[in-house]
Ligand binder design. Structure first.
Ligand code: C2E
Ligand code: MG
Ligand code: MG
Ligand code: MG
Length: 281
C-alpha cells in the first residue's frame, strides 16, 4: 500500500529519528531551567584504598531529576551540554556543590577526605578553569588538597602546552589531577610521561572480565607497571566482583572503585560512611 510506505516527502528525514531529535531538543532546552530550579543533585561514589580497604576518597557524580521525564542519566545530557557549551555552567555548579558539601562535612567533625569532580575537556579550551576553581574554593572555604579533578584524555587533543600549564598551576595549589577512563581515548603512554598527573583511572572495560582474559590481564599489568614507573597511582574503575577486586590488588592497583564496594550514594547516605569513631575518655 503506497500510502503506508510513504510518498517520499519525508524521505531524507527518517521517521524513527523524529522522537530522538525531539527528545534531544527537549533535554537541551531543559538544562538551563534545571540549573535555575535546582533539579540537579550530586551523588558520591566511594574510592577504596587497595591496601587497607578503607574509604580514601569520593567522586561526585551529577544527577538530573527532570520534572516530567524523571531521572535523566549523565551520559544522556552531558554530551548535549558539551555541544552547546552549557557544560561550563554545569561544571561550575558541580564543583561548587561538591566543595561546599565536603567543607560542611569537615566542619561537622566528619572524616576528612578528598572529593573528585569530573571536569569536561571543554573547560580547558573555552572556560577559564583557573578562575573558576579559585573563586569557588574561596567561596566555599575548602582547602585545595581536599579536591581532585578528573579529566579525560580528550583534554590532550590540542594545545597540550597550555593544558600542561593549567594542570601545573592547579597542582601547585595542591589539587590532584586524575585521568579518567584511561585507555579509551587518544593519549599515548609516551604522552603521559609529559603530564603532571597524580593518578590514572583505568577504564571499566579493562577491569571487566579481567579474571578470565589472559590477554587483557597482561595488558593491564603492563599499563600499571608503566604508570607506577612514572610515579603515578592507579585507580581501578568499575570493580563489580570479588574476583576482579582480588585481581586488581594482585596487579598492585592503589585504589578501587565500583559497585562491589558501593554505588554512587546521595549525600545523606555517604555521610554515614564518614562518621569517625568517638574518642572514649
Ligand atoms: P565517569 O566519570 O567515568 O564515572 C563512572 C561512571 O560509572 C558513573 O556513571 C558510575 O555510576 C558508573 N559506575 C561506577 N562503578 C560502576 C560499576 O562497578 N559498574 C558499572 N557498570 N558502572 C559503574 P554515571 O554517574 O552515570 O556517569 C557517567 C559519566 O557521565 C561519568 O563517567 C562522567 O564522564 C559523566 N559525568 C557524571 N557526572 C558528571 C559531572 O558532574 N560533570 C561532568 N563533566 N561529567 C559528569
Ligand atoms: Mg569520573
Ligand atoms: Mg571513568
Ligand atoms: Mg566514564
Amino acid at each position: 500500500n503506497a500510502k503506508e510506505e510513504g510518498d517520499g516527502c519525508y524521505r531524507f528525514f527518517k521517521p524513527n529519528l523524529l522522537p530522538l531529535i525531539a527528545e534531544k531538543m527537549r533535554l537541551e532546552n531543559g538544562l538551563y531551567k534545571a540549573l535555575q530550579e535546582n533539579q540537579f543533585s550530586l551523588h558520591y561514589q566511594p574510592k577504596i584504598s587497595a591496601a587497607s580497604g578503607e574509604l580514601c576518597g569520593i567522586e561526585a557524580l551529577i544527577r538530573w531529576k527532570h520534572p516530567e521525564l524523571g531521572l535523566v542519566p549523565p551520559d544522556k545530557f552531558i554530551p548535549l551540554a558539551e555541544e552547546s557549551g552549557f557544560i561550563l555552567e554545569i561544571d561550575r555548579w558541580v564543583f561548587r556543590e561538591a566543595c561546599r558539601q565536603n567543607k560542611a562535612w569537615q566542619d561537622a567533625g566528619l572524616k576528612k577526605i578528598s572529593v573528585s569532580v569530573n571536569i569536561s575537556a571543554r573547560h580547558f579550551y573555552q572556560g577559564n578553569l583557573k578562575e573558576m576553581i579559585l573563586s569557588e574554593l574561596k567561596a566555599t572555604g575548602l582547602e585545595p588538597h581536599y579536591v581532585s579533578l578528573e579529566i579525560t584524555e580528550g583534554v590532550f587533543m590540542r594545545n597540550i602546552d597550555q593544558v600542561i600549564d593549567t594542570i601545573l598551576y592547579l597542582r601547585n595549589l595542591g589539587i590532584q589531577i586524575s585521568i579518567d577512563d584511561f585507555g579509551t581515548g587518544y593519549s599515548s603512554l609516551n604522552q603521559l610521561q609529559r603530564l603532571p598527573i597524580s593518578d590514572v583511572k583505568l577504564d571499566r572495560s579493562f577491569i571487566q572480565g579481567i579474571t578470565s582474559d589472559d590477554k587483557k590481564s597482561s595488558i593491564v599489568r603492563a599499563i600499571i607497571e608503566l604508570v607506577h614507573s612514572m610515579n603515578m597511582k592507579v585507580v581501578a574503575e568499575g570493580v563489580e566482583t570479588e574476583g576482579e577486586s582480588r585481581f586488581c590488588k594482585e596487579l598492585k592497583c592503589d585504589e578501587l572503585q565500583g559497585y562491589l564496594f558501593s554505588r554512587p550514594l546521595p549525600a545523606a547516605e555517604l555521610e554515614a560512611l564518614l562518621v569517625q569513631p568517638k574518642n572514649v575518655s
